[in-house]
Design a protein around this ligand. Sequence first.
Ligand code: MEV
Length: 376
Amino acid sequence: MASAPGKVVLFGEHAVVYGHPAISTSISQRTTVTLRPIEERGVHLNRVKINPARHPHLAYLVGRLWNGSMTTGVDMSVQSDVPRGAGLGSSAAFAVASATALRAASGRWVDADNGAWHEGYASDGSEVELFRGEERVHQRTDTSARVYGQAAVSAEEASLLGHVAEALSQEGRASPMDTMTSAFGGLVMLSNRVEDASTWVMKRTMPMGDEQRTWDLHHLGGLHLEDGLSLVVGHTGINAPTTQMVAGVASRRVSDPGIDEAMQAIAGLVHRGLDALKSGDSETLGRTMTENHLLLRRIGVSHPKLEALVSAALPTALGAKLTGAGGGGCMIALTRDSKATSEAIELAGGRTWITELGTPGAHLEAWPEGGFVHRI
Ligand code: MEV
């Protein structure tokens, strides 16, 4: 059983798809994926064999993490309190929790000489086929050990596999922001350069159309807000698919150069927001969020209901913005008076809650000793 959190974007959504910087943080809401062994081979979702046309991202993860030599099948069940289509990273949390659970159950070979991990499988019980970079090598199992559960999982792998899965379901246009935040937890920054070597985790490259996008991923650790400051989430109740919102920006951008200008301006705000986070300057943090909202409106991803909730929050908040893909979904408000801000958002028709920020990333909740999967 593995769980992974949803996220809110503090700065930089949409622009991050085009390689600009962004900052996001994990929230209290989580998705939990439970695997149970079943006799029928392959991976099933609620007892139904996964249909790649309906679940392309899950089919991709299964293809990478569950090869045909497994003697056991598994049934997946999903429990989630991350609302769907609300900009809170529900699909990333699902992909990352699934990748973590599947990896824990299917296990991984570890080279006994140097502790390095390998992809591979035991072909005849005495030899494993390993991939060292691009090279395939065979190694006797007495020099390799198979590990399961916690020892087999890695936030880096769940984040990378989750990103490919997200890109498959977002017509190729997806940044690694949601999946990285869900996998690592805490505060995450993506940038087009290495911002700070001590927080840098990896470089991620993905082809998008004719171009190649590159992000430097940073894990900034926990998020510490000033005492008494909270983040209120307001849900419009409108379900807005990310794929559609991201595709809308891509097509408007072709005829409206103002969209790229707005994205450049968002990039500048992200660095100001980062400085405010680091120095604990809550006023600047809030003001920068509101400015980011105005630029998101300019690129056409707001919605009248989001505008109503943001306007209702602002008189009692330090700042407010839509979060995630927009078009509906959620807004967030940074406030020292969470009661007044929540009431104002509710009066304007939103459903609110206060979320914790910087919660732990993906992890295993429970696993059987030795794993439950056998291979031929
Ligand atoms: C969605 O949570 C964030 C977007 O920037 C899309 C992405 O980063 O892939 C809108």
